[in-house]
Design a protein around this ligand. Structure first.
Ligand code: SME
Length: 157
């Protein structure tokens, strides 16, 4: 007997590859990836990218995103989950944001968050940020696939 189960990983990686191959701007690709992630994983309520600011280089600037508009369009390195990842260059999974001391609330509905860095070699250039209105929303599989997607996106920067 054969099975045709397409895994979440396969769906997301094939979708990312297709989007990266499009002849559109980088930000259009990043926006399409936000939509792909939100459409594929219902618990991903807000999906967006932050870039290292061109002018100050110690702040993050909001890029393409899907979900509620946020006031946090610039975040200093070190501040919140996003700012901590800008310094650590490691994925941060906050399964319950209420337990985080260094956290910036974008919406009262958000219960968990993952932030994955995008690196060019040793250089931190951007990050993928996902908020969920569900506590404990992020699985090991999510983290692995999101890290693979961020690796694939490195070439776009
Ligand atoms: N919660 C983030 C701020 C960005 S918003 O989630 C869009 C943080 O603590 O860094």
């Amino acid at each position: 007997m054969t099975t045709n189960t397409i895994t979440l990983r396969e769906t997301l990686l094939a979708g990312t590859e297709e989007i990266i191959g499009r002849s559109v701007s980088r930000n259009e690709k990043l926006f399409a990836i936000c939509e792909l992630l939100q459409d594929t994983v219902p618990s991903f309520d807000w999906v967006g990218f932050y870039f290292v600011a061109d002018d100050t280089e110690d702040e993050l600037v909001l890029g393409p995103f899907v979900g509620e508009a946020t006031d946090h369009t610039r975040i200093p390195f070190g501040k919140g989950i996003c700012g901590q990842v800008a310094l650590s260059h490691e994925t941060f999974v906050a399964q319950d944001v209420a337990r985080e001391e260094n956290y910036i609330a974008c919406s009262i509905h958000v219960k968990s968050e993952i932030v994955v860095p995008i690196m060019i070699g040793d250089e931190f250039v951007a990050q993928l940020d996902i908020d969920s209105n569900t506590i404990d929303a992020f699985t090991d599989e999510h983290q692995e696939v999101l890290e693979e997607i961020c690796d694939m996106l490195s070439d776009e920067f």
